[in-house]
Design a protein around this ligand. Sequence first.
Ligand code: FDP
Length: 338
Amino acid sequence: MDHAADAHRTDLMTITRFVLNEQSKYPESRGDFTILLSHIVLGCKFVCSAVNKAGLAKLIGLAGETNIQGEEQKKLDVLSNDVFVKALVSSGRTSVLVSEEDEEATFVEPSKRGKYCVVFDPLDGSSNIDCGVSIGTIFGIYTLTHTDEPTTEDVLKPGNEMVAAGYCMYGSSCMLVLSTGTGVHGFTLDPSLGEFILTHPDIKIPTKGNIYSVNEGNAQNWDGPTTKYVEKCKFPKDGSPAKSLRYVGSMVADVHRTLLYGGIFLYPADKKSPNGKLRVLYEVFPMSFLMEQAGGQAFTGKKRALDLVPEKIHERSPIFLGSYDDVEEIKALYASEE
Ligand code: FDP
């Protein structure tokens, strides 16, 4: 019997234990982050369960458009948003929330306020919900640096000021990928325990990959550097093999694959959308934070993505992120246009 392997299997590193271990390195820490994270984790577990039941709920829904209570069934993205907002407010550790689902920021009432601001997309990739393809939740966390009344200025800060970022992917398994600024760690939900267990410690993205990921249907509207880059992926002139194309159309799934296998994910600007499609605060920043922490890069076509300073909470930006060397190539193409 392999006792060492057995001991490993019985010594489960849950996400809470992991964050508490990290916290113990900072004697001044009072556990606020651990409490905040446990509320985010709760939201992720709820959405995971709702996503898993979505097909079934739809079947039941066919008998009538209402549920047992006689209420109209809430759309999954609206439901996910409600759950996250309530979980974050009730944590008592947040002051400002920005959600993809809400036009305005939410300011937490004074009695429930805490030192964190959370930006999030409760259910990203919503066009994939009805066909059962992987979707996810994305979040980024800032710290409030003053004791005055919170304002939107508290989240209109560059991504390099985030203290943590992560996503949860609702796919063939449910995975939460997190960085608190000391590397990237992946936790898989064990449904029988209801706990996220550390399964992917210290994720490092390969320096170069053989996959590119982009919506090529927009190619007729791309700018020069993006067009040249994708052409290079398909018809390399330096003798290297052509890259494979993989595009789910769900940012969490496409970025997750890029993080594990390497390569590049692009959502560039185009003639119709000069700022691209993806949102700075709760898509571009958290994913760029994770990429850099894993040894990759994230670039907007003009600068390092995490150095952007958003002026509006739902601002968009073009984004190129992934393996270090692959992003270097696109940076070189943009530099040669200047
Ligand atoms: P969706 O519209 O399905 O919600 O920003 C949302 C997003 O999905 C991302 O998850 C995804 O990467 C991107 O948009 C897909 O956009 P395209 O359909 O234009 O390719």
